[in-house]
Design a protein around this ligand. Structure first.
Ligand code: ZN
Length: 449
């Protein structure tokens, strides 16, 4: 991108609050000036309503999007939902995954997401044999994010066991690398690029034996390290049985907590768990629309923040892709358990969506409208039936992703007048899901290594 681009915002959420008539200039993807109380210049791109910094979606499994609106007919539990999810996983190859993920990331862009953290464990072919490029599935995600116009942190996930002390099942074989050393070898072959950073993940204490965790931690080195934590109480019980400690205590004991760590869900915690996460300044990623969809429960968000953990947000299984709804639900679920309103200040919810979320994904320079940050802008209309008449500073309590009319990523327009640069995202999603439905699932044990 050459030269200076400028955006004139009717209103914008700056680091010190909402300001009117804000001109944001950008050069080579970065913000070079932010001036409030300015008139628009003739060539400025005008963004009406209120403009927020780009949103970070800190926890995504792109392929779970296929299950949206298709798992509700016969009740069930998290564990029966997981069986349906494995059936989708069994149908994917690098090509179909790229097409599906492109559509899912485009849906995210429409919802104001400028950076996504993909918690990626679908590594190998069904049965577990490696593709010619052992990172073909990760490369498919890299290409998908670039095509959809969002930045990516690929959180390459170590997944070794079907449960504590149990081997991978047939449908889980393609997630596994055998041991943490071989996982680390594959991770080392992935290189970052201008649009992509590489992080690491421990699937959970269910899927990575305690003695393998230190290898993952040292391979993650200075990169983001994410893990699922205590989403279900069954995980706590199994961990206590096997190791005599909670999952959080086990991770602490294995030196997996710290400022580059993000624990995802953290739903069923003891007070001691929350203190360990807070003292280590590990971030905690809440995924409220997933946690309610899967009947997980409500984690102690306020207590974790007070203990010292930055909070971030993810749409996880994508039953809903609306980061405004995730932020709103963080507060609303707290209200339901505490019987109090205003558990989080609006600026705290904005931080979860923007600065803290980007830091958790290894982009600490992003998520604020300030000089030197990537020029990521999300413009929300304030004259739709949902947003008309609201106080702009309370936009998080009223707007939905459907009210986002423009999204700029790295100074480049990805969503304009409510449309994504790829065109009809609904059609892309429909086609990707239909293609997968048509795939015959073989016996995943056939090509077992
Ligand atoms: Zn997850």
């Amino acid at each position: 991108m050459g030269g200076v681009t400028a955006f004139w915002c009717e209103r914008a959420w700056l680091p010190d609050g909402v300001q009117d008539r804000v001109r944001v200039s950008a050069e080579r993807e970065l913000v070079t000036a932010v001036e409030a109380g300015e008139d628009a210049h003739p060539d400025d791109e005008r963004l009406h309503g209120i403009v927020l910094p780009g949103f970070a979606n800190a926890h995504s499994h792109a392929f779970h999007r296929v299950l949206r609106g298709r798992t509700h007919s016969d009740g069930g539990t998290f564990w029966t939902w997981r069986e349906q999810m494995y059936e989708v996983a069994a149908r994917l190859d690098p090509d179909s995954y790229r097409r599906l993920a492109t559509a899912v990331y485009a849906e995210m862009a429409l919802a104001g997401v400028t950076c996504v953290g993909e918690f990626h464990y679908l590594h190998h072919a069904p049965g577990g044999s490696a593709y010619a490029d052992p990172n073909a599935m990760g490369e498919a995600l890299r290409l998908a994010a670039r095509t959809a116009g969002v930045r990516l942190t690929l959180l390459d996930t170590c997944y070794l066991a079907g449960g504590i002390g149990t081997p991978l099942t047939d449908s889980q074989l393609r997630f596994g690398d055998g041991d943490a050393d071989r996982w680390a070898e594959r991770l080392a072959a992935m290189t970052p690029d201008a649009n992509t950073r590489i992080g690491a993940a421990i699937h959970s204490v269910r899927a990575v034996p305690a003695d393998q965790i230190p290898t993952v931690v040292s391979a993650a080195a200075r990169r983001p390290l994410h893990m699922h934590l205590s989403e279900q109480s069954a995980e706590n019980e199994q961990c206590l049985d096997a190791y005599g400690v909670t999952p959080t205590e086990l991770l602490d004991r294995q030196a997996a907590l710290g400022p580059r760590t993000t624990a995802v869900h953290a739903t069923h915690l003891t007070r001691h768990d929350a203190a360990l996460l807070g003292q280590s300044t590990s971030s905690v990623c809440f995924c409220p629309t997933t946690e309610r969809d899967l009947a997980d429960g409500i984690g102690p968000a306020r207590a974790l923040r007070d203990a010292g953990s930055p909070l971030v947000l993810g749409s996880d299984q994508h039953a809903v892709i609306d980061l405004l709804e995730e932020a709103r639900a963080l507060e609303m679920h707290e209200r339901l358990t505490s019987h109090e309103r205003g558990r989080f200040a609006p600026y705290e919810l904005i931080a979860a969506l923007t600065t803290a979320g980007h830091a958790s994904l290894g982009w600490p320079e992003a998520g604020r409208l300030a000089v030197g940050s990537p020029c990521d802008l999300v413009a929300i209309t304030l004259d739709t039936p949902r947003t008309a008449g609201i106080d702009p500073e309370q936009v998080l309590y009223a707007a939905t992703s459907a009210d986002i009319h423009a999204v700029i990523v790295n100074g480049r327009s990805v969503v304009k007048d409510g449309s994504h640069l790829l065109g009809d995202v609904g059609a892309l999603l429909r086609r990707a899901v239909a293609d997968l439905d048509a795939v015959e699932i073989g016996n995943p044990g056939d090509s077992r290594r």
